[in-house]
Design a protein around this ligand. Sequence first.
Ligand SMILES: N[C@H](CCC[C@H](N)C(=O)O)C(=O)O
Length: 276
Amino acid sequence: MEFTKMHGLGNDFIVVAGEQALPAGVDELAIKLCNRFFGIGADGLVYILPSEVADFKMRIINSDGSEAEQCGNAIRCVSKYVYDNGLTTKTSLTIETLGAGVQPVELELADGKVSRVTVDMGQPILNGLDVPTTIDANPVLGHTVTVDGRDFKFTAVSMGNPHCVIYVDDAVGFDLAAWGPKLEKHPLFPRKINVEFATVNTRDHVDMRVWERGAGPTLACGTGACATLVSSVLNGLTGRKATISLAGGDLLIDWNEENNRVYMTGPAAFVFTGTI
Ligand SMILES: N[C@H](CCC[C@H](N)C(=O)O)C(=O)O
């Protein structure tokens, strides 16, 4: 099997192109290939597939074998892959995902290769029961979830995949491993959830660290950055355009007031190709 290793701000993926559909047992394959000691090592396994409604379709399997509906860093990597490898000559194209349908992407080039990508990440889903959470509220703002006797106030946002955003004094130094797994799997979240810990520095700059559903602590999360911006606007903490600083680098997120769609701009990087 031929693969290409790529990352978006250190959130890394094994990218596979040329297949017509996901192989049987893709969950076990993802677990095996994403293993950082016995496999290639990655946060997820990403397939570029044909689409009937867009230029390409992307499907993403987390390193624990679960399939996610959407992935912001991966969609930038897929966009870079298809242009740099000559699968398209367009710098404006569309990628289909399970969680956000047809997503327009805009490619920026440097020396003939894609350097940055702006992705239309669609409209945020704010109705609690649709995120999903078990909370019948729209939106879910400042609700409390308790784990091991500690209360966390959170805002729930879906970008096609579920997120809960929690504001803390020091996101950069927050102990993700202590609290992330318990929140990820809390009964309030029927399909588990990605957990973002955020510190708002100014009205256009937020530090965020993430514990991802099905992948654990990653260096960056594109959909999580979108969810963090949306949550920060809803809570009156930032404007509709802000830089979200993650461990792996910065994403620029813009929640357009006219069309209610969230735009994410950031880099994508090629690392190596291989055969396994
Ligand atoms: N672990 C996520 C999928 C990857 C999302 C993240 N890597 C991104 O860049 O958006 C989930 O199960 O919803």
